[in-house]
Design a protein around this ligand. Structure first.
Ligand SMILES: CC(C)(COP(=O)(O)OP(=O)(O)OC[C@H]1O[C@@H](n2cnc3c(N)ncnc32)[C@H](O)[C@@H]1OP(=O)(O)O)[C@@H](O)C(=O)NCCC(=O)NCCS
Length: 178
């Protein structure tokens, strides 16, 4: 479940507890990819530390969590993607659904990488038997709104997130791309 996921231009490399530890401690020579000098920033350090705690508390959820998005040729990390947890961990508390989150670092945006990475991760989840997907997106986040709508997600509600403010909830029920 933790093997790299390959798509046409990308590799999604699972961040094991060891790799997250190396990222947080700045042990870059232990990473199988190159990381931007300014990453992880404070926000993403908190994010990675949270994921590391979740992994220690419940190793079974680890394969669903964060992966580095890597360009296979240059081994450059250009972003990250993952689910909030295994089925059942999502903003709508739907028992069978997983919630996806993603970031592409600024120099690599607008090249279709986010769309490609989300498709690849959702295909992996379908191999695990998951067919319900959730995404929470700020109403101001035009790129992400475009992305989820293009993938076929439907708006189904909204909630307030203490860190991110108002978020629209999107859902996709799909066992194959149409
Ligand atoms: C959202 C994000 C991941 C998109 O990454 P990306 O690789 O640039 O996205 P893509 O190239 O796959 O483009 C996705 C869509 O957004 C559109 N888009 C990208 N940047 C845009 C911008 N600045 N303004 C408007 N639309 C934009 C693209 O045209 C594309 O739409 P289309 O398929 O209808 O043409 C990236 O902007 C990001 O990391 N943002 C910060 C983190 C974040 O918001 N994550 C999502 C939280 S829900």
């Amino acid at each position: 479940m933790t093997d790299p996921i390959a798509s046409e231009r990308l590799e999604l490399v699972w961040l094991s507890p060891e790799l997250i530890g190396a990222l947080l401690d700045g042990r870059r020579d232990e990473l199988p990819f190159a990381v931007p000098d300014d990453w992880p920033d404070d926000h993403d350090r908190r994010f990675l530390a949270f994921r590391l705690r979740q992994t220690s508390d419940d190793p079974g959820r680890a394969p669903w969590l964060v992966r580095a998005i890597v360009l296979p040729g240059s081994r450059e990390m250009i972003g990250h993607i993952g689910f909030h947890g295994p089925p059942g961990i999502n903003a709508r508390r739907e028992a069978e659904a997983v919630e996806v989150g993603y970031t592409i670092f600024p120099p690599h945006r607008r090249q279709g990488y986010a769309g490609e990475a989300v498709r690849a991760l959702l295909a992996w989840a379908r191999e695990q038997g998951v067919t319900r997907f959730i995404a929470s997106v700020s109403p101001q986040n035009e790129p992400s709104l475009r992305l989820v709508r293009r993938l076929g997600f439907q708006e189904v509600g909204c909630h307030w997130d203490d860190e991110d403010g108002e978020e629209l909830e999107f859902e996709l029920v799909s066992d194959a791309w149409t």
